[in-house]
Each structure stands twice: as structure tokens, then as C-alpha cells.
Design a protein around this ligand. Structure first.
Ligand code: NAD
Length: 381
């Protein structure tokens, strides 16, 4: 089959769904690979790099969609891109079907098979194609880099002839994929890192990375995340009060706060309140990775960097993976090629849309003129 990667049209998006190295893997599966001219430019892959990897370059999106059997991209398709697609064609991209009902209906009407990278089931076998995790890992790392870039001091402690410098104190709120990546990046820069999560089972992971788990003195320790498949559930009002009291105690001490707390299907919980920001030292930095879902910090403005009256920088960017376009494309390109590898079991360039396969079924949101989202629960963990 012909796999074609479009150039992203979303403003500022720097990622691309196929890299020269992932293209080489796709060719080994028996596929031909084509790319829209300039698609990799913002991720530092030139048309010539693709050509050297055996990829054909086509001049524009219309030519790419006309020539490809499978169209791959990063962001959900635009109306225009989807409108150009035809019956029997496959699209692989982020899709967010819960937020994009009209797009889903359009894909159905067009007869397109749409595979949503954001719907890959979070089971062990599917980790290699789990784009939410690969992008969250980058976001967590980049959050620390943005914080360091906005913080006027070292992260690491130093004893120098010019004076003794204490290490920066970093608090990471939410220790899922992004939070753990942030902990790793902040400890490797030498900061003293603290982390909190409502799921007590992550304490061991936090401590194994050299950070300190913030325990709450609370009789019924938080929800057991296992009950919700490893995700958090909303906290009880009593627990929330304890948590906020702990954060109020920590706020004046922390130089950097990185928040990543999310609960599936809900707005981000507000955990870092105005008075906590006001209690922080001038020059402190908050990076709110939950900004797209409303933010964990009360002062976050999505997509903006604001400085409060007391001199605290609050960063609400929502494009962290795109700020590391080359790295994000490399990992997303791998997620895509693993998905295509499962879709091409014979390595013969023939796509087998096996709807009995939990992972393929889980990620497929339209197929054969039907909306196939939401999927039934996976049979295996
Ligand atoms: P997420 O993005 O939904 O949430 C981020 C973190 O915020 C979670 O750790 C959550 O517990 C925490 N949180 C929610 N409310 C909070 C609050 N009030 N205070 C503090 N923290 C709060 O989570 P995620 O990064 O997608 O990962 C969730 C879980 O799924 C993790 O256990 C992760 O290891 C697991 N996971 C498994 C797979 C797989 O098996 N393929 C893939 C990805 C993630």
C-alpha cells in the first residue's frame, strides 16, 4: 500500500507523522511511502532526507491524498483534508472522537477508516503505539526546560568561590507519564524534587527517581487508582482540603511547580489556587501541563505565559511536544510505524483491518461506513 504523510496545517505545529527512519521501517513492511513536500521541515527533516530513505515527495496535500491508500498525520484532520479523502481510504492521526463528533460523522459519511492514535488502548502490548504516553513524556521533560529557562537561578546546588547556591526546590503535582518525566528531568538538572499524586502506589516510582513523595496525613489514604484502571478518580472534599492545606504549606518554599493532574473525562482539578501563587517567592515559575483541560492552577491562561503581580511566571502552553518537533516526530513516527506493523501482519504491504484485535479495534473510530467509537472494553490487559 501507499502510505502518505501530510504536512501539518495547524498553526505552529512542527511535528510530522513519518520520519526518514520510520519510513525505512514502513518500506520493510512492504509499503511504499510518500510525503508532502516540506512536511518534515519544521522537525529538521528535509525532502532530500526523505528521498535518501526511499520516500517519494509529492508537491501538495491534494496530490498526496489522491495518491495514498493510507494517509497519516499528527493532528486531527481538517474539514478540507477529510473532504478530499475517498471511500476505502484509511486515515491514521490523533482524532479525539469525544470532542470531534462532527469530524467523526464526516469520516463515516466519506467511508474512511479512521484510526485514532489517542484511542490506542493503554494495555501493555500497545505501549509501543501509545502516542498519548510518548507525547506526555516529551511534555513532562519540556515543562522542566521551560521552567529552567524562565527561572533566573540554577537548578543544581553549588559551592563556588563566589558563593554557595542552594538547589532549586521543584514540586511536581501528578505523577503519571508526564509527571514522572518531569521528575526525571528536574532531578537530572540537580533540583531537589518533591512530588504528589492521589494514587499512593506511585510513591515507590517517585522515590526510585530520587524525588520525595509528599505524603498526606489522611486516614483513608486517597483512592486506590487500580479501581479505575490506573487513573485517578475525583477526590473527596475532605481529601481535597487536606491536599490544598499541604500545598499551602509548601507554596512559599517551592521555586518551581509543575502540575500535570488529570482525571479522565473531566476538567483538570484546580489544585494550585490564587493564594498559593501569591504566597510564592518572586521569580518562581509554575508550568501547568493541564492548561488544555482548564489548568490545575487558578491563574493559568491556556497558551500564554503570564507574570503575576508578585513576580511569579505562570506558563500555560499547550504545545509542549511541538516545541520539540524533531524528538516528538521521531517518537510519534515510531508509534505510527508500530501501528502499521500490526496492521500489516504478513509484512507484504497488505493492510488487514482486523477488528478482532483489541488494539486495532480500540483505536478504530470509523470503519465500513459505521462509527465504531466508543469500542467495547479490551479483552486482555
Ligand atoms: P493522566 O494524564 O490521566 O493524569 C496524570 C496524573 O494526575 C495521574 O497520575 C493522576 O493520578 C494524577 N492526579 C489526578 N488527580 C490528582 C490530584 N487531585 N492531585 C494529584 N494528582 C492527581 O495520567 P497518565 O499519565 O495518562 O497515566 C495514568 C496511569 O496510566 C499511570 O499509572 C500510568 O502508568 C498508566 N499508563 C499505562 C499505560 C500502559 O499500560 N500502556 C500507558 C500509559 C499510562
Amino acid at each position: 500500500m501507499k502510505i502518505g504523510a501530510l504536512k501539518e496545517t495547524y498553526e505552529g505545529e512542527s511535528r510530522v507523522a513519518v520520519t526518514p527512519s520510520s519510513a525505512a521501517h514502513l518500506r520493510k513492511l512492504g509499503h511504499e511511502v510518500i510525503i508532502e513536500s516540506g512536511a518534515g521541515a519544521r522537525a529538521h527533516f528535509s525532502d532530500a532526507d526523505y528521498e535518501a530513505a526511499g520516500v517519494s515527495v509529492v508537491p501538495n496535500a491534494a496530490a498526496l491524498i489522491a495518491a495514498a491508500d493510507v494517509v497519516v498525520k499528527v493532528r486531527p484532520p481538517s474539514e478540507d483534508e477529510l473532504g478530499r479523502m475517498r471511500e476505502g481510504q484509511t486515515l491514521i492521526s490523533h482524532f479525539y472522537p469525544a470532542q470531534n463528533a462532527e469530524l467523526l460523522e464526516k469520516a463515516r459519511v466519506q467511508g474512511v477508516t479512521a484510526i485514532a492514535m489517542d484511542m490506542v488502548p493503554r494495555i501493555s502490548r500497545a505501549q509501543k503505539m501509545d502516542a498519548l504516553s510518548s507525547m506526555a513524556n516529551i511534555a513532562g521533560y519540556r515543562a522542566v526546560i521551560e521552567a529552567a529557562n524562565n527561572f533566573g537561578r540554577f537548578f543544581t546546588g553549588q559551592v563556588t568561590a563566589a558563593g554557595k547556591v542552594p538547589p532549586a526546590k521543584v514540586l511536581v503535582v501528578g505523577a503519571g507519564v508526564a509527571g514522572l518525566a518531569a521528575i526525571g528531568a528536574a532531578t537530572s538538572l540537580g533540583a531537589q524534587v518533591y512530588a504528589f499524586d492521589v494514587r499512593p502506589e506511585v510513591a515507590e516510582q517517585i522515590e526510585s527517581m530520587g524525588a520525595e513523595f509528599v505524603f498526606l496525613d489522611f486516614e483513608e489514604q486517597a483512592q486506590d487508582g487500580a479501581a479505575t484502571g490506573g487513573y485517578a478518580a475525583p477526590s473527596s472534599p475532605e481529601f481535597r482540603e487536606k491536599q490544598l492545606a499541604k500545598f499551602r504549606e509548601l507554596a512559599p518554599e517551592m521555586d518551581i511547580v509543575i502540575t500535570t493532574a488529570l482525571i479522565p473525562g473531566r476538567d483538570a482539578p484546580k489544585l494550585w489556587t490564587r493564594d498559593m501563587v501569591e504566597a510564592m517567592k518572586t521569580g518562581s515559575v509554575i508550568v501547568d501541563l493541564a492548561a488544555e483541560r482548564g489548568g490545575n492552577c487558578e491563574l493559568t491562561i491556556p497558551d500564554e505565559r503570564v507574570t503575576t503581580e508578585n513576580g511569579v511566571v505562570v506558563i500555560g502552553y499547550t504545545d509542549f511536544p511541538s516545541r520539540m518537533g524533531a524528538q516528538a516526530s521521531e517518537l510519534y513516527g515510531n508509534n505510527i510505524r508500530h501501528m502499521l506493523s500490526d496492521l500489516t501482519p504478513g509484512k507484504d504491504g497488505v493492510i488487514n483491518q482486523n477488528m478482532e484485535d483489541d488494539v486495532i479495534r480500540g483505536a478504530t473510530v470509523t470503519h465500513d461506513g459505521d462509527i465504531t467509537w466508543p469500542p467495547p472494553p479490551p479483552k486482555v490487559a
